[in-house]
Design a binder for this molecule. Structure first.
Ligand code: GLP
Length: 256
């Protein structure tokens, strides 16, 4: 696990954008996995800027969203499908039909999840997965106790996750209680992974994910089992790490 301690989320975004750019240059039909939330926003903004400058094209890429709420109208402003179009995919040249989102309004959730897994296999898997991390250590919407071998499925959101995401909705009661999420096993199938986390509120889960035991109670700790993970964090999110001096010397980033 490569831990890069950055000056800011903007510096992290440049590093991550360089990784995405290199991936697409090496494989134009790259399959990207996309996270929602606020942490990857600077990365999406930087990728849009590079597209507008003509430095990168997404025309041959395929993209898969990590998760989607269950029960929101498809065009709801806070559905992840609408969110990713607003902040990223509608501003670049990826084909609309090449952007896949779990079907949060399916009549048969299980069938929708099975089809999602099939779509990923038909795309020959995800080359580069972008992740954030929830305040309880979830990745996607894999809440604590999620099997480390789990696949795309319906999940009930914890009270904490509902609280964390409720501010995006006009009324607390509008916040969904369930979602479809790629499983931890699905995420770990990606050939490479970037996790971005910033701010003091993420320091404890970053510490647990990077330096704690691998446990279903800390879903992000499962990334320790993956051979190609880059953690991009700022000083605040790194502030509980015990071995940050080693990470700085081994992986670069802010020198103390
Ligand atoms: C939601 C998303 C996750 C995201 C998390 C953290 O739970 N399902 O994919 O990583 O929020 O969001 P933020 O980056 O805003 O802290």
């Amino acid at each position: 696990m490569k831990v890069v301690i950055c000056n800011s989320n903007v510096e992290a975004a440049y590093i991550a954008a360089d990784m995405v750019t290199a991936q697409i240059e090496s494989k134009p039909n790259t399959v990207l996995g996309l996270a929602t939330g606020s942490s990857p926003l600077a990365l999406y903004e930087e990728l849009v800027n590079r597209y507008r400058r003509g430095d990168i094209s997404f025309a041959c890429t395929t993209m898969f969203l990590l998760d989607e709420y269950v029960g929101l109208p498809v065009d709801h402003p806070q559905s992840f499908k609408t969110f990713i179009r607003r902040v990223f995919t509608d501003q670049i040249d990826v084909k609309a039909k090449a952007v896949y989102v779990p079907e949060g309004n399916a009549l048969d959730d299980q069938e929708a999840c099975r089809k999602y897994e099939v779509s990923i296999v038909e795309a020959e898997g995800i080359d580069l997965q972008i992740l954030g991390i929830g305040s309880n250590g979830h990745i996607g919407f894999n809440e604590p106790s999620s099997s480390l071998a789990s696949r795309t499925r319906l999940i009930t959101l914890t009270e904490q996750t509902q609280r964390d995401n409720a501010p995006y909705f006009d009324h607390r009661n509008d916040m969904p209680t369930q979602a479809l999420t790629q499983g931890i096993g699905t995420i770990l199938d990606a050939r490479s992974i970037i996790l971005v986390a910033f701010g003091l509120k993420k320091r404890d889960v970053v510490k647990s994910a990077v330096e704690g035991p691998v446990t279903a109670m800390m879903p992000a700790s499962s990334l320790q089992l993956h051979p190609n993970v880059t953690i991009l964090i700022d000083e605040a999110a790194a502030s509980e790490l015990e071995h940050s001096e080693y990470y700085r010397s081994a992986f670069g980033g802010v020198t103390s």
